[in-house]
Design a protein around this ligand. Structure first.
Ligand code: ADP
Length: 540
């Protein structure tokens, strides 16, 4: 027997129409690429998104067509998100930090019909346009006065919007329709497209506004530092309208000073980003002896959050630093870390221990860890193995079946190695390819990085495995010192004593000026392994 409840499809357009109707005067504030601050409301955004959707149809964009963007977090990008998906086409966000060859590959693979770009990326588009065959046109996300002379055939975003009356109505269609496309950074092989649906996006939005996740409400103001050009800024451009949350888009200026100014000026309560962004922000704050007046929580994900960062947010700035984990294939949120009621009576250091984990699964995400043979391992906080996930916002296969079926018995292998404890808290011990295999045992490179990050002279750290004749691999610590700080190899090795098992302590330390990062802010260990391939360990 079926229930007698309306079968209304979960469509992305409904998130924005809800916000326009119920939070019509709530603001969306953007730092623009042209310079200055732009300020309007959900009601304004919804009307302009409908006008833009009408313009897309006029330009020949049909349901299912891919429309690409190369853009920062800003109000026009937000309108494009809703116009493209709302009309039944596919919003393909492209990461401008990838190499131009990779970008061209991705645009060609997706067969994008139109490309929307911020002014910043005009020089990039000049190179891309001739090699992107399916592209029918480029739209520059600006007004007539700022149109670049170097792209004479490009269309002007503001002119497209101004030419429409606003009579367009959001179409209703199957909620399983593809809504947006994001390519994984792909450290091996070609980038692969993750294709989200309206249904997965709306359910993910419901889940991430909940109290033990972003806890977004109509009293909040959220500033996503995480880019809209990669995994939909962790879903915040969808979740904020659902909750009626004020949004602040930081545009291209992601340095500490620019972010701090927006936090203070706009009354931001919640923010989200990768550890490298927070490192820069906290350094700026400390150097200038600044405090936050409204910021309540900072969500950290994309890479392991060093415990020292969680501590600094809390103790120096009275901000809750919340650890989250996910991946492009997971829309992206999988786990989020908050304390349970039973933890509240614990001493601070034990609470802190919980808060350094990657957190508990959101409702909608099932997790399991398995050994080399695929046998499930206990959730005892000790056993670690390959982490597998499944759920209604997790990928079932890549766009155009690239790479074949990624699933194992209906589960998606994350490529992460983790423990899960009896309370459901998950701890990533490593990427499966980064784990250091020493004498048949595994050493967690992340644990070694986290431990040394607590040293006051260490700005950033990476640990990689170096080939060893006896042990197979041994850890090498690579360190960037904080500006002006001094520390020796011996001091750092000594610092590990009592913090990690003796046999985990790295065999050597190298000091470098900077560490390489991927386009999404992760340590590029592949490059480090290549660079230090011939490094001679002292004991080897
Ligand atoms: P995204 O595309 O969201 O950057 P990717 O799909 O490129 O994510 O990479 C996801 C991977 O990033 C995860 O599988 C994991 O290895 C790593 N990661 C993400 N968040 C965390 C975290 N909080 N701690 C440790 N690793 C993380």
């Amino acid at each position: 027997m079926l229930g007698l409840i309306m079968d209304q499809p979960l469509l992305i357009s409904s998130l924005l129409t809800h916000a326009a109707r119920n939070h019509g005067d709530t603001e969306i504030v953007s730092r623009t690429v042209e310079g200055g601050i732009h300020r309007y409301t959900y009601a304004d955004a919804e009307l302009r998104a409908r006008k833009l959707a009408a313009a897309l149809a006029r330009l020949g964009v049909a349901p299912g067509d891919r429309v690409a963007s190369l853009a920062w977090n800003g109000y026009r990008h937000f309108e494009l998100y809703y116009a493209v998906s709302g009309a039944g086409a596919v919003m393909h966000t492209v990461n401008p930090r990838l190499f131009p060859d990779q970008i061209a590959y991705i645009i060609n693979h997706a067969e994008d019909k139109l490309l929307f770009v911020d002014l910043t990326f005009v020089p990039l588009v000049e190179k891309l346009a001739p090699v992107c065959k399916a592209l029918k046109g480029v739209v520059v996300m600006t007004d007539r006065a700022h149109m670049p002379p170097s792209l004479p055939d490009a269309l002007c975003f503001e002119e497209l919007v101004a030419a429409e009356t606003g009579g367009f109505e959001w179409p209703v269609f199957d909620e399983r329709t593809a809504s947006s496309l994001c390519y994984t950074s792909g450290t091996t092989g070609n980038p692969k497209g993750v294709l989200y649906s309206h249904r997965s996006t709306v359910i993910h939005s419901y889940a991430i506004v909940s109290p033990d996740v972003f806890n977004l409400s109509s009293r909040d103001c959220v500033l996503p530092v995480v880019p809209m050009f990669h995994v939909n800024a962790w879903g915040l451009p969808y979740a904020a309208p659902l909750a009626g949350t004020k949004i602040v888009f930081p545009g291209a200026q992601l340095d500490g000073a620019s972010l701090y100014e927006l936090y203070e000026q706009e009354g931001v309560t919640a923010t989200a980003g990768v550890p490298t962004v927070w490192l820069a922000l906290l350094n700026h704050m400390k150097q200038n002896k600044l405090k936050f007046s409204t910021l309540d929580r900072a969500v950290v994900g994309g890479s392991a959050c060093p415990p020292a960062m969680i501590k600094s947010f809390a103790e120096d700035f009275n901000v809750r630093c919340q650890h989250a984990w996910g991946m492009s294939e997971m829309s992206p949120l999988g786990t989020f870390c908050t304390l349970k009621g039973k933890h509240l009576a614990l001493p601070k250091d034990q609470q802190f221990e919980v808060l350094t984990s990657q957190g508990r699964a959101l409702y909608g995400v099932e997790m399991k860890i398995v050994d080399g043979e695929g046998k499930p391992l206990p959730h005892d906080g000790k056993a670690f193995g390959d982490l597998l996930v499944r759920g209604p916002w997790i990928t079932s296969g890549y766009f155009k079946d690239e790479g074949g079926n990624p699933l194992r018995d209906g589960w998606f292998p994350t490529g992460d190695v983790a423990t899960i404890d009896a309370d459901g808290y998950m701890r990533i011990t490593d990427r499966s390819k980064d784990v250091i295999k020493s004498g048949g045992e595994w050493i967690s490179s992340i644990d070694l990085e986290n431990a040394v990050m607590a040293h006051p002279a260490v700005g950033e750290a990476a640990v990689i495995g170096i080939a060893h004749p006896k042990w197979d691999e041994r850890p090498l610590l690579i360190v960037v010192k904080k500006p002006g700080a001094e520390v020796t190899r011996e001091e750092l090795l000594k610092f590990y004593e009592g913090r990690v098992a003796k046999w985990w302590i790295p065999d050597d330390v190298v000091f470098v000026e900077a560490l390489p990062h991927t386009a999404t802010g992760k340590l590029l260990k592949l490059k480090l392994r290549e660079e230090f391939k011939h490094h001679q360990l002292p004991a080897a």
